[in-house]
Structures are given as C-alpha cells and as structure tokens.
Design a protein. Structure first.
Length: 244
C-alpha cells in the first residue's frame, strides 16, 4: 500500500485525482488539504509516499510547502500554470500534470511514482543486506530557497553554519544560503562525524578547520576561509574530544 496526500485549493481538482486513483487500488489517499499550512501539517504527521501538489494556493504556495518539509515524499505537481514546469523539475518533482489532463496522462505520472517507489524499496533492501553504515542515514544535500526558487546545496561544501534568528545561514566558499530550519533542527540532520556544534549559534564542518587556537578560557576555531568562530563554554567538550 502506498500512502497518498492530495493538495489542491479546488475541490474539483482533488476529486478528479481521487477518481483517477481508483485505477490504482494499492494507492490509498490518507488525507487532503486545500492550503499550504494544512498540507505541511498532514505531510509531517502521516509521512506519505507520494503527494499531488497544486502550486497556486492561498497563503503558502506549493514550492513554499516543500521548503518547510523535514522529509521529502515523491511529488507530482498538478496545476493549471505551465510557467512553473522548469522550477518544478529543479526541485526534483517526479512529474508535472498540466490541467486539464486526461486519465491516460495521469496514469503515466502514477506509474512513474510506482516505479520510483519500487526502486527505492529495492535500494533499501540491498543496502540493508550490505550492512548499512550509520553515515548513510545522513543527507548529502539539502534544499534551500533563494528568492522564488529552490536550490540544492551540497553539505560537503558548507564551511560552517551560523544562526540567523529562527533560521540558519549556510556559508560556503562561493555563497551564503539562508535555510528555513533553525540551527537545532539542522544539527539533527547532520553527520556528527563531519559537523560539530561549537556555540549556541554555530556549527562547523571539520573538513574546513585550519587550526584551533586555545584562549585563556575558551577556543577559537580558524576556518579555511579565514573566518573565526568562538567556541562557547558549553560546547568546549566537543573540541576537547578532538584533541589527542
């Protein structure tokens, strides 16, 4: 059984998807939302395998919804606007259904989802049989928003992460990105063998540490880009564990 959530501000749009899904008895609709806020709540609570997502909705649009998710399900956009197609595939959408679409076109999109879900299942089984290592559970890339688009940031290129109010600023050698996640939420997603918290408002990537200077009652971390990050008293043990 595959869990499905339908997100569309028009009742007719949601009903059509339900009707077309009758051809796929293993795909079970577990929830519907007519706005972005409710969509985020449902996705976080029920963790669907696939969502059908409209773009133009009251409040948060479809792309806003994706930036606020902790885990990304498969996404099929269902919209009346063709101008967002390129952006949709930039955020790795599985398909883009342009209204009005036929039952056959819908079936093609759903079959892509079924194939992808099966491939993922096979990959997980293969990894499990190969004794999956703990580091494989940590993401290598994350999505962050720049203006009206989402971009992929390779975590291996992140030098350090700085708290920015309720958000976080990811610093690379080329650019600084603002993530919708707070520092605490990001820390839980990062591999602790690569990233360590050194301050209430700072996480560093060990790969970019040039040197650590011991001060009277603390440490300063000198990064390869020349920036200096102070280690606060509460996180000094994290640094001491690196000293041999």
């Amino acid at each position: 059984m595959q869990k499905i959530i339908i997100i569309d501000d028009e009742a007719a749009g949601r009903q059509l998807i339900r009707e077309y899904l009758e051809d796929f008895p293993d795909m079970i609709v577990i929830g519907e939302a007519n706005n972005g806020v409710d969509a985020i709540r449902l996705i976080r609570e029920f963790k669907p395998d696939l969502i059908f997502l409209d773009i133009q909705m009251p409040g948060l649009n479809g792309f806003d919804v994706l930036t606020r998710l902790d885990e990304m399900p498969l996404v099929i956009f269902s919209t009346a606007y063709d101008k967002y197609a390129l952006k949709a595939f930039e955020v790795h959408a599985l398909d883009y259904l342009l209204k009005p679409y036929t039952r056959d076109r819908f079936s093609i999109a759903v079959q892509k989802a079924l194939n992808s879900l099966q491939n993922n299942l096979n990959s997980v089984q293969s990894l499990t049989e190969s004794l999956l290592t703990p580091e494989s559970t940590y993401p290598e890339k994350i999505l962050v928003q720049i203006g009206a688009k989402l971009v992929t940031v390779d975590l291996a290129e992140v030098i350090w992460i700085d708290a920015e109010g309720d958000y976080s600023k990811l610093i690379t050698s080329k650019q600084r990105y603002l993530s919708n996640y707070g520092l605490g939420a990001l820390e839980k997603k990062l591999d602790p063998r690569r990233f360590i918290r050194v301050h209430r408002s700072a996480i560093i990537n060990l790969a970019f540490v040039q040197e650590i200077q011991k001060q009277i009652s603390s440490y300063d971390v000198i990064l390869q880009n020349g920036e200096v990050v102070r280690v606060s008293r509460g996180y000094m043990e994290n640094i001491k564990r690196l000293t041999y």
